[in-house]
Design a protein around this ligand. Structure first.
Ligand code: S3P
Length: 450
C-alpha cells in the first residue's frame, strides 16, 4: 500500500501509568537486508522475527520481481530462495517501494550494476527525497540514469553497465543507506569496491554480507575512518537469520514509560548494536531509569532485555558525534525533552531534513501546536522542557506521511494535560503496525479521533 488510503486521524489522551511486557517487532534495517541478501544468495535463507510492516513487505515484493521465491511457513518463518549472486532477473514492472527510503536505496545500489532497465517508484514522501546520493556513486561505476525527476528524484530508471567499474567511494554524508548501496553495487562488479566511511553508521550490511560469505574486510585507520572493501562476483550462500527487536521502535515505548508517571515496562530482546544505541545513552544522561540486563549475542548481534521505569529527566546537550547512532530517534527524544527540566540542545542534525519528512520542521510545528517551547536552526534543534506537561496538548499535528512523527506526537499526548491529535495514523504501519494495540495493552488512552 502506498498511503493513498484516506487519512485516519488518531488521538492520545493523558494516560495512567503504563505497565507490562512490550514485545517489539523486528528491526527494520535487518529485515530489509535479510530479504535483499536472501533473495540474492544461492540456496535457502530462513528469516524469523521479520518485521512485517509495509516498508519491508515492499522489499519482499521487489525481491520476488527480481527472481527470488519467497513464502512463509506454518510457523510464520520466512523462506527465501535466492537467484544466486549476479543472476537477478530484469523486472517486468516498475519497482514500488511505497514510503521506504531504505528499501529503495539498497535495491537501487544492488541493481546499479545489472545490464538491464529498472524503474523505481514510491509514495509522495519517497518521491520528494534525494536519490543523487545513490545515483552519483552508481554513475561512477558506469550506471546510466535513463530517467529521473528533477534533482534526481523518483521516478528513476537506471541501466547498469555490462562491465561495471569498481570504485573507491568516500561517503559524503553519514548514511548507512549510501554505504550499503555502494557495497551492494560492488557485489556484481569485478575486482574490489571500497567504501570510505569517515563517520561510522549502522553496520548491518557489513555484518550480514560477511555472514552470507562475501569477501569483505573492514579496516579502521588512525583517524577512525573506516575502509570497507568487498570483492565482487563471489558466491553468496543462504543463511538462517533471527531478527532482533527494533531499537528505533522500542524508543517510543521507552520514552512513553519514562514520561508517564508511575510506569514500568519490560522490553525483551532489543538490538543493542552500538551503532544504534545513541538514544539510550542520551536518556541515561538525562537521568532515565533504564535497566539493561541479559546482554547476549543472537544471530551475530548484541541484544538485551530492558526495564524502563518512569523518571524525572533533565535537559542535556546531545553531541553531534552521537547523531549517526540515534538518527531516527530525534523526534521521540524531542518528546522526552519536552518533559525534562531545562533545555535539551541537539547538534548536527541536518540529515533530519531529508528523512520521510523534514523532521526538524515537522517536530517544531507539532511542538508549537501543543504549547512546547522549541527553537530550530538549519542543523540544530532545541527543546525547552517542562516536567509536568501543564498546558501541553490541544493541537493537531501534520505528520507528512512520516511514521515517526505520528508515533512521537501520540506519546506526547499521553503525558500532556490535553489530548494530542495526529492528522493521519496510517503511516505507522510502515514500521510498527502493532503500535496502537500494544500501547492500549500497556494501558495508554489512545485511539481513532472522533
Ligand atoms: C537506515 C539508515 C538510515 C536510517 C533509516 C534506516 C538503514 O538512513 O535513517 O531509517 O537501514 O540503512 P540514512 O542512511 O539516510 O541515514
Amino acid at each position: 500500500m502506498s498511503h493513498h488510503a484516506p487519512a485516519k486521524p488518531v488521538s492520545a489522551n493523558r494516560s495512567n501509568a503504563l505497565a507490562g511486557i512490550a514485545k517489539i517487532p523486528g528491526d527494520k534495517s535487518i529485515s530489509h537486508r535479510s530479504i535483499l541478501l536472501g533473495g540474492l544468495a544461492s540456496g535457502l535463507t530462513t528469516v524469523s522475527g521479520l518485521l512485517e510492516g509495509e516498508d519491508v513487505l515492499h522489499s519482499v515484493d521487489v525481491a520476488r520481481a527480481l527472481g527470488a521465491v519467497i513464502d512463509q511457513d506454518a510457523d510464520g518463518v520466512w523462506q527465501v530462495r535466492g537467484t544466486g549472486n549476479g543472476a537477478l532477473l530484469e523486472p517486468e514492472q516498475p519497482l514500488q517501494f511505497g514510503n521506504s527510503g531504505t528499501g529503495c536505496r539498497l535495491f537501487m545500489g544492488l541493481l546499479g550494476t545489472y545490464d538491464f532497465d529498472s524503474t523505481f517508484i514510491g509514495d509522495p514522501s519517497l518521491s520528494s527525497r534525494p536519490m543523487a546520493r545513490i545515483l552519483d556513486p552508481l554513475r561512477l561505476m558506469g550506471c546510466q540514469v535513463v530517467e529521473s525527476s528533477s534533482g534526481d528524484r523518483l521516478p528513476v530508471t537506471i541501466h547498469g553497465s555490462p562491465m561495471a567499474t569498481p570504485v573507491q567511494y568516500r561517503v559524503p554524508m553519514p548514511s548507512a543507506q549510501v554505504k550499503s548501496a555502494v557495497l551492494l553495487a560492488g557485489l556484481n562488479t569485478p575486482g574490489i569496491t571500497t567504501v570510505i566511511e569517515p563517520v561510522m553508521t549502522r553496520d548491518h550490511t557489513e555484518k550480514m554480507l560477511t555472514g552470507f560469505g562475501a569477501a569483505l574486510e573492514v579496516e579502521t585507520d588512525q583517524d577512525g575512518v573506516r575502509h570497507i572493501r568487498v570483492e565482487g562476483q563471489g558466491q553468496l550462500t543462504g543463511q538462517k537469520i533471527e531478527v532482533p527487536s527494533d531499537p528505533s521502535s522500542a524508543a517510543f515505548i521507552i520514552v512513553a514509560a519514562l514520561v508517564i508517571p508511575g510506569s514500568k515496562v519490560e522490553i525483551p530482546g532489543v538490538l543493542m548494536n552500538p551503532t544504534r544505541t545513541g538514544l539510550i545513552a542520551t536518556l541515561l544522561e538525562m537521568g532515565a531509569d533504564i535497566a539493561i540486563e541479559n546482554r547476549r549475542i543472537s544471530g551475530g548481534e548484541e541484544i538485551a532485555d530492558l526495564t524502563v521505569t518512569s523518571s524525572e529527566l533533565k535537559g542535556v546537550r546531545v553531541p553531534g558525534e552521537r547523531s549517526a547512532s540515534m538518527i531516527d530517534e530525534y523526534p521521540i527524544l524531542s518528546v522526552a525533552a519536552s518533559f525534562a527540566n531545562g533545555p535539551t540542545y541537539m547538534e548536527d542534525v541536518g540529515e533530519l531534513r531529508v528523512k520521510e519528512s523534514d523532521r526538524l520542521a515537522a517536530v517544531a510545528r507539532g511542538l508549537e501546536a501543543n504549547g512546547v517551547d522549541c527553537a530550530e536552526g538549519e542543523d540544530w534543534f532545541e527543546v525547552k522542557g517542562r516536567p509536568d506537561g501543564k498546558g501541553y496538548g490541544g493541537g493537531t499535528v501534520q505528520t507528512h506521511l512520516d511514521h515517526r512523527i505520528a508515533m512521537s506526537f501520540l506519546i506526547l499526548g499521553m503525558a500532556s494535560e490535553k489530548s494530542v491529535t495526529v492528522d493521519d495514523g496510517n503511516p505507522i504501519a510502515t514500521s510498527f503496525p502493532e503500535f496502537l494495540p500494544l500501547l492500549k495493552q500497556l494501558g495508554a488512552s489512545i485511539g481513532e479521533a472522533t
